[in-house]
Write a protein that binds this ligand. Structure first.
Ligand code: URA
Ligand code: SF4
Length: 268
């Protein structure tokens, strides 16, 4: 028996009390102007020859052996297979010592939708896949409620690729070493819309401190790509009342995506 939309909303704890409301119209027009003014040049230039040379060095050199600026240039020039190999062998921060598997990210490499979490947990560390534990099941339900499926026009990744001990937040120095992998993934996927799941993802992508509650309901800009912030599924599992707000955010995201698709289909 397949799940109906009501089943899914019930699973999310959102039905029948939740009623869909229209997202503020200003959101979509703000989004269009954000997309139009997006500086494509803000992304690193992948073809630069020094970066390519650094990439060749990294393929044969332990990642921790290169200074950070050379690692940044190396990663910025990698293709998908180089990037996957580089993450699998990475020892650039102390998180590598306790990991079982690195968690690169997974999904459609040409996806319109990119969902970003913070870091792998125990289940992800064992499996090498993002969001496969309890929080992952909720994420799947959230995707299903949006009529989306992992791997089909959806990519899922984390800010750091190795599990922090005791599921603590990744530290700034760990993020500083790891985030260029995510930046390169985003640069290659070129999603239409990024959904930051929780504060760690939001703050690290936006590069400014703020609470999720103050970042929700707006269209932010990550290097020219529109980004929406919502609560992390693991937080929602602990804080049921905020599920309704998360659903509002997902509706806002769906309407934003529609606006983006329309803006691209009919450029002014
Ligand atoms: N939480 C995350 O942020 N990412 C995962 O992959 C799993 C749980
Ligand atoms: Fe490398 Fe990132 Fe793992 Fe640290 S968390 S070892 S930077 S892949």
């Amino acid at each position: 028996m397949s799940a109906t939309r009501e089943d899914i909303l019930q699973e999310l704890g959102l039905w029948p009390q939740w009623r869909r409301r229209d997202a503020p119209a200003a959101g979509v027009s703000a989004l269009v102007s954000a997309a139009e003014s997006a500086p494509a040049a803000a992304l690193p230039v992948a073809g630069a020859e020094p970066a390519r040379a650094a990439a060749r060095v990294t393929m044969t050199t332990p990642s921790a052996a290169l200074p950070l600026d050379q690692r940044i240039a190396a990663v910025a020039a990698m293709d998908w297979s180089q990037l996957k190999d580089s993450v699998a062998a990475c020892t650039a921060c102390p998180l590598h010592t306790a990991r079982d598997k690195t968690v690169f990210g997974a999904g459609d490499e040409n996806a319109d939708w990119l969902f970003v979490g913070d870091a792998p947990g125990a289940d992800e560390d064992l499996n090498g896949e993002p969001f496969v534990g309890q929080a992952g099941r909720l994420l799947d339900n959230m995707l299903a409620a949006m009529k989306l499926r992992r791997g089909q026009n959806v990519y899922v990744a984390n800010v750091v690729k190795c599990r922090p001990p005791d599921n603590r937040k990744p530290e700034a120095a760990e993020v500083a070493q790891c985030e260029r992998y995510l930046h390169r993934q985003i640069e290659m996927i070129r999603p239409r819309l990024i959904i930051a799941l929780g504060q760690v993802a939001a703050v690290n992508l936006l590069k400014r401190e703020a609470a999720v509650s103050s970042l929700r309901g707006k269209i932010h800009d990550y290097r020219g790509i529109p980004m929406i912030v919502t609560y992390h599924p693991a937080y929602l599992l602990r804080t049921l009342p905020d599920k309704a707000q998360a659903w509002q955010d997902l509706c806002f995201a769906m309407e934003t995506m529609q606006g983006l698709q329309l803006a691209q289909a009919a450029p002014i």
